[in-house]
Design a protein around this ligand. Structure first.
Ligand SMILES: [Zn+2]
Length: 321
């Protein structure tokens, strides 16, 4: 029996899961939050603890790893983590290879999530797929012809920093009107707070939901009150959906993927949100492009499933498949 170990270094939490090769169900899965102010060393020791629990003394045949930050996938070296110190140029693949005595394959979380959805989720049966997650940021990953397309510098899929509105507000990356600047959860919540500040009469339901504490407004509050007809919340949410739609339509014009899979908390903002995203993407893409935009199936587990697919790639084809 071959066991596959899947690890997810998620920035705020770590997960380890194990399954028997060819199975579609975890044999064991453990998660733990990353400690505040944790270092890379802390995360690695927590990860090895979780892995020991799920492996229960067994040795994995291969290990797949999703990392929440830029990774040089071929060498398996982490470039850095936006959340945790000490990951700069860390040879994660070699470290885990020594630790587990097995082959290890590492990639960033957007690529592993794309691969997970492609292999086990909403992208099954596709030839090509663009996966986009919309939550605290907007990230993306490509699977083309069955393989992750990483780009020359490993930076493919940065749809969050493609342009939606040249006259839009400034993004943290330094440019104006990026998709992420308009469509991510924190930025759309900031937009709502700004409008609530300048329009004291508007956003009644949104204000009521946070008990008048405008500073407490989150993207979830906006989605909830937009669904209940709050005009200000709808305006904010539609602006975010519009920006995402522009980004997806432009991506489709460039690459013409068979399917676009959308995941992340913000994409749970309701029918109206999805309708605007689809309509704007449709209007942005050339009319000959068939654009299928569907919700992610694996959600938070997509990177873990992608890690399984990475590990599978290290093993000889099994007789069953
Ligand atoms: Zn940007």
């Amino acid at each position: 029996m071959s066991l596959i170990l899947a690890l997810d270094f998620g920035g705020t939490k770590l997960s380890a899961a194990v399954l028997e090769r060819g199975q579609k169900r975890w044999r064991a899965l453990e998660r733990a939050p990353s400690r505040p102010h944790a270092t890379a060393e802390d995360d690695l020791s927590l990860c090895s603890h979780l892995a020991a629990e799920v492996l229960a003394g067994a040795r994995p045949a291969a290990v797949g790893v999703s990392f929440g930050g830029p990774v040089e996938a071929v060498r398996g070296v982490v470039r850095l983590s936006d959340h945790v110190l000490g990951w700069e140029d860390y040879p994660l693949k070699d470290h885990l290879g020594d630790h587990f005595g097995a082959g290890v394959s590492v990639d960033n979380d957007a690529n592993t999530a794309a691969l997970g959805e492609f292999t086990y989720g909403a992208g099954r049966g596709c030839d090509s797929l663009l996966y986009v997650t919309v939550s605290t940021g907007v990230g993306g990953g490509w699977v083309l012809g069955g393989r992750v397309w990483r780009g020359h510098d490993g930076m493919a899929g940065e749809i969050g920093h493609t342009l939606a509105d040249a006259n839009g507000p400034r993004c943290y990356c330094g440019k104006r009107g990026c998709v992420e600047r308009l469509a991510s959860g924190p930025y759309l919540a900031a937009h709502a707070r700004e409008l609530l500040g300048t329009q004291p009469e508007a956003g009644e339901k949104l204000r009521a939901l946070v008990g008048g504490d405008v500073e407490a407004v989150t993207a979830k509050h906006v989605a909830e009150t937009a669904a209940r007809g709050d005009a200000l919340a709808r305006e904010v949410l539609e602006r975010a959906a519009w920006a995402l739609g522009v980004g997806l339509g432009n991506a489709a014009n460039l690459m013409n993927p068979e399917r676009v899979v959308l995941g992340g908390g913000v994409t749970k903002s309701g029918e109206r949100y999805w309708r605007v995203v689809r309509e704007v993407a449709r209007a942005t893409a050339r009319s000959q492009i068939r654009l299928e935009i569907v919700p992610a199936a694996l959600e938070d587990d997509a990177p873990l499933w992608g890690a399984v697919a990475l590990a599978e790639g290290l093993l000889a084809p099994s007789p069953a498949s």
